[in-house]
Design a protein around this ligand. Structure first.
Ligand SMILES: [Zn+2]
Length: 287
């Protein structure tokens, strides 16, 4: 199997390196990401706005560097239409491609984390920023509160039908975009390996035993809340294996011939789709 390339920064033509900065000020020409709730501001003159497009008093949070140039983010209490057009992260990410899509996702995650982690969970004192990190510390009880990531797994399960045809298992969820045929997915539990999570989620959601679980690649994902990183896997099921859905999370699960997949698939900019296309075409690079 060829190595997946989509999550590999070394194969991106432009390089984004996340950091939390160590001082310095935003230059008017620096790129910036402006977040309001679940929306991101698009650029008037390019794919993303520049620091000069925002008011001078804007407070900037460092995100990292893109090809050596600083990139900044800020959060607004609500969408301000006067600044330009606002987009959901998946819509903007689909248009931007890598590495700007990941950069926009990081902005959304950092800004959301800062907005939702203001007070100590142990003693309710207001937290203070830790310089050089996306982390906060409680000045009263010293509790350290880093920006944590939530790993989740998703799995493209294939089998060979009794007629000898390669098939892919797709599911429809009872929530979210219910028309989309998606992959089995779920969050990793504390104490589990990623592979354990694949076996457990597949058993829970569609009642199948799978084997040959192989890592495919990963994608930071800003849709499911702050700090989600998706790890994609492929796995095999037995020829006779038939899914059983619980009806709570999964409404429907069905085997599709790989050369006759439904049209309602996950967005092109998603590791779900890259996994599906990888199974369909044998190629690992969707772009
Ligand atoms: Zn405290």
């Amino acid at each position: 199997m060829p190595a997946p390339s989509t999550g590999d920064p070394a194969r991106r033509s432009r390089r984004f390196v996340p950091d939390a900065g160590t001082g310095g000020t935003a230059d008017p020409a620096d790129l910036c990401l402006v977040v309001a709730g679940r929306r991101l501001l698009g650029g008037a003159h390019g794919p993303l706005p520049s620091v000069a497009d925002l008011p001078a008093e804007t407070e900037w949070v460092p995100l990292g560097s893109l090809d050596g140039a600083r990139v900044w983010a800020t959060g607004l209490p609500s969408v301000d239409e006067r600044l330009g057009d606002w987009h959901s992260w998946p819509a903007l990410a689909g248009r931007l491609g890598e590495p700007l899509a990941a950069l926009a996702g990081r902005a959304m995650q950092v800004i959301t984390w800062r907005r939702t982690h203001r007070f100590c969970g142990a003693c309710a004192t207001e937290l203070a920023d830790v310089p050089g990190e996306h982390a906060r510390r409680c000045p009263a009880c010293e509790l350290y509160v880093p920006m944590q990531l939530s790993p989740a797994v998703l799995t493209a399960i294939t089998r060979t039908s009794t007629a000898g045809r390669p098939q892919l298992l797709l599911v429809r969820h009872t929530y979210g975009p219910t028309a989309i045929w998606a992959l089995v997915a779920g969050f990793v539990e504390a104490g589990e390996t990623l592979e354990d999570a694949v076996h457990r989620e597949v058993a829970e959601e569609v009642g199948l035993d799978v084997h040959d679980v192989v890592y495919f690649g990963s994608q930071p994902w800003a849709m499911s809340g702050p700090g989600v990183v998706l790890a994609g896997f492929t796995a095999r099921a037995a020829t006779q294996a038939e899914p059983v859905v619980d009806g709570r999370e999964i409404a429907e699960a069905r085997w599709f011939d790989l050369d006759d997949l439904p049209a309602e698939l996950p967005a092109a900019y998603s590791i779900s789709r890259w996994l599906i296309e990888h199974q369909r075409t044998g190629r690992s690079d969707p772009q």
